[in-house]
Design a protein around this ligand. Structure first.
Ligand SMILES: [Zn+2]
Length: 62
């Protein structure tokens, strides 16, 4: 029996609602999951629609 530890990488996406500004997170273990091909519903205001991925938000202009 393996008494060691195991590691699994989890990806946590942030989904931000363009209507009310609320954001929530979506954790997944599948790095190739296409989140742009599905419909999202804002849990706060109920807006629905597809999501666009934006590039990294790290500010490199400093
Ligand atoms: Zn919303």
């Amino acid at each position: 029996m393996n008494k060691g530890f195991t590691l699994s990488r989890e990806i946590i996406w942030h989904i931000t609602c363009g209507e009310c500004g609320f954001y929530w997170t979506y954790p997944t273990m599948q790095s190739d999951e296409k989140l742009t091909d599905r419909k999202w519903y804002c849990p706060l205001c109920g807006k629905s629609g597809e999501a666009q991925e934006i590039s990294d938000q790290v500010n490199t202009n400093a």
